[in-house]
Write a protein that binds this ligand. Structure first.
Ligand code: DGY
Length: 323
């Protein structure tokens, strides 16, 4: 009797060509329709699977894996993995992988798009034009804030933070960063950045970019108290995770004129967005798309597929299992 082929469940219809190499070694079950996976969908998808490929939109927790007796690997298509309950996976002997590196430069590009978008009022200006307000050119309309020469602060100096810092060199921005640990001197030099304590980062930054992973320890790292210590002329950019910033406190700071503006790609409780942020004129809001270039999203799926192939014994692991 032939041994059963490993079964791989893919929770969303991801790029077929990137998943194709798996079909030679396993039975591939790809959800045909994109959408929200309920707890029941997750349990059903994982029940007979030996490996699963999920996106950051799927929550993989103890309840999801309760009936997944064969499951050996969860390959997350994303560098962040706060959607995975690592303790529950670890306790069940299930390995988790993510997709670092392949999205670093794309996310750093987008951090700058957001930074410039807020500082130079790009989306606000576009809204104004589309609404038909433009009757004549005006010398002092929609005056913004310069990025070049301004001090860039980066909270969280992993791969993405460093890639953002390298871009700031071209804008001649002095770069300050705060991280649990300072970078090695050669890395600091390569991205022209200087470690400072959290207080100094808040106090000195003209544009503060949040690039921290979400963990219980980083929840609301930017809270009302932190916002109060920033310059009232400063801009806050969040490309990390909702929840690292206290969105209600941010909305209050913006409404009170205690911050010049913000640009946010991620939100607490997304896809819901705090009504105070939706109401604020000086905020750029995007729906968690920092890594969403075609090439990068393809590369993320290919990396997740490689991680599964490696777990099946067909090639080296390309990802870095976080557990
Ligand atoms: C990630 O990979 O964690 C990103 O947030 C996905 O866009």
């Amino acid at each position: 009797m032939n041994p059963r082929r490993p079964r791989i469940w893919v929770a969303q219809p991801l790029f077929a060509e990137a998943l194709a190499p798996l079909a030679a070694h396993a039975e591939l079950i790809v959800e045909p329709v994109e959408g929200v996976r309920s707890a029941a969908d997750m349990a059903a998808g994982l029940r007979e699977a030996d490996a699963a490929i999920v996106t950051i939109g799927e929550r993989v927790d103890a309840a999801a894996i309760a009936g997944a007796g064969r499951l050996k690997l969860v390959a997350n298509v994303g560098v962040g993995y706060d959607n995975l309950d690592l303790a529950a996976l670890h306790a069940a002997g299930i390995v988790a992988t993510n997709t670092p590196d392949v999205l670093t430069e794309t996310v750093a590009d987008f951090a700058f798009a957001l930074l410039l978008g807020a500082a130079r009022r790009v989306t606000e200006a576009e809204r104004w034009l589309r609404e038909g307000h433009w009757q004549r050119w005006s010398f002092d309309r929609l005056l913004g804030t310069d990025a070049h020469g301004a001090t860039l602060g980066i909270l969280g100096m992993g791969r993405i933070g460093q890639a953002i810092a390298r871009r700031a060199l071209g804008f001649r921005m002095p770069v300050l960063y705060h991280n649990r640990q300072a970078l090695a001197a050669d890395l600091e030099q390569a991205c022209g950045a200087r470690w400072v304590d959290f207080e100094t980062l808040l106090r000195e930054s003209d544009h503060l970019v949040v690039a921290l992973p979400y963990t219980p320890a980083t929840r609301h790292r930017i809270d009302a108290a932190a916002l109060a210590r920033m310059k009232p002329t400063a801009f806050l950019v969040n490309i990390a995770r909702g929840g690292v910033v206290d969105d209600a406190a941010l909305a209050a700071a913006l409404a009170g004129g205690r911050l010049a503006g913000a640009a946010l790609d991620v939100f607490e409780g997304e896809p819901a967005v705090h009504p105070g942020l939706l109401a604020a004129g000086n905020v750029v809001l995007t729906p968690h798309i920092a890594s969403a270039s075609l090439a990068t999203r393809r590369a993320m799926v290919a990396m997740a597929a490689d991680n599964v192939l490696a777990a099946l014994g067909h090639g080296p692991s390309a990802g870095h299992p976080p557990n």
